[in-house]
Ligand binder design. Structure first.
Ligand code: F7E
Length: 328
């Protein structure tokens, strides 16, 4: 039985990845942060097979303890402060967790494995935010990185540190450059879920309008369930490498609104959406569109859920959730 350790187990990707690995017969350990973390019960409810260990990416001795307790064959480093907008106001803590946390994890793995580094494989959750002010369209593994937020800068640090451990120590360390990926489990601070939740609430008469920032940004949005499968595939390769994981399609926030409202029968949404500078970013990433051909060729990976199916899935889930909580 293979053993896996997942950091960031409480997030959308942690939950999907844990389900995937459990279904493949892995023993799955999840690292969870803090005292009396309210998400402890969420993980236990959603993925009851996961064994939770406490630890923090900013505390290397806690990482060493988690590695000793779990003895993993595979490590998936998904833990991060992941909300881009938050990172301008909290640049230092974002750098510590999202950036230096990767170094702490890599170094803990090296110390724990000692002479036997080949016994373990490492996945780093890199991000399309690293492309920022994009230098190629579409973006691929070789595209120059030009991050536009403290979050993006921190992810670049983690990405290059992962490559550096691979090149310096021969560690089987892969970096997945994942474009935006969403699901009904997405936090409501991110634009897809903010919109699908608001659309459901507007339809049910629980909310009047939704207040957003820049409607012209374009993103390459895929389904998180597909993307965790790509992570696993990377670690099954004989050699470690970096891969762009994306759909190869891009859509604006306006298109997202159009689609989400259409699923509840609303064709004119102009009065239901307001823009507020509060939700504008100091520097925006205007256009993301990934080229996933390397992942398709080497990993035999391709997305199974289209943009339209993804938004429909999220609107339907929010309608069900909102009408259930309105009845309570
Ligand atoms: O914003 C615009 C916003 O917060 C998408 C994270 O998972 O993906 C995610 O980062 C776009 C931006 O995601 C609102 O300005 C307009 O252009 O959903 P988001 P993100 O920043 O792209 C990458 C790959 C990651 O790695 C990150 O961890 O939508 N936008 N109005 C808005 N965004 C938000 N959140 N809220 C608004 O009201």
């Amino acid at each position: 039985m293979k053993r896996a350790l997942i950091t960031g187990i409480t997030g959308q990707d942690g939950l999907y990845l844990a389900e995937l690995l459990l279904s493949k017969g892995y023993e799955v350990f999840g690292l969870i942060r803090g005292q009396n973390n309210p998400k402890f019960s969420l993980v236990q409810r959603e993925v009851p097979g996961v064994k939770l260990l406490t630890g923090d990416l900013t505390d290397i001795s806690s990482l060493l303890r988690a590695l000793k307790a779990s003895q993993p064959d595979e490590i998936y480093n998904l833990g991060a402060i992941s909300f881009v907008a938050y990172s301008w106001e909290n640049a230092e803590v974002t750098s510590d967790v999202t950036g230096k946390g990767v170094l702490n994890m890599l170094e803990a793995v090296r110390l724990w494995a000692g002479d036997d580094l080949s016994k373990v494989r490492f996945y780093q959750a890199s991000s399309s935010e690293m492309f920022g002010k994009v230098q190629d369209v579409p973006q691929r593994e070789s595209t120059l990185l030009w991050p536009r937020s403290p979050y993006g800068v921190a992810k670049v640090f983690g990405h290059y540190m992962t490559i550096n451990y691979r090149e310096s120590y021969g560690m089987h360390a892969s970096s997945g450059i994942l474009f935006n990926h969403e699901s009904p489990r997405r936090g409501p601070e991110f634009v897809t879920r903010k919109i699908t939740q608001a659309v459901a609430r507007i339809k049910l008469g629980l909310q009047d309008k939704v207040v957003l920032g820049n409607l012209d940004a374009q993103r390459d949005w895929g389904f998180a369930g597909d993307y965790v499968d790509a992570m696993w595939r990377m670690l099954q390769q004989p050699t470690a490498d970096d891969y762009v994981i994306a759909t190869g399609e891009t859509h604006s926030i306006r298109e997202l609104l159009e689609l989400a409202f259409s699923y509840v029968g609303i064709s004119d949404w102009s009065e239901l959406v307001e823009q507020d500078p509060r939700f504008m970013r100091p520097a925006e990433v205007d256009l993301l569109i990934g080229d996933p051909s390397k992942a398709r060729e080497v990993l035999d990976w391709k997305p199974s859920v289209s943009f339209a199916e993804l938004i429909r899935m999220m609107v339907e889930s929010d309608l069900a959730e909102q009408s259930a909580s309105a009845k309570r």
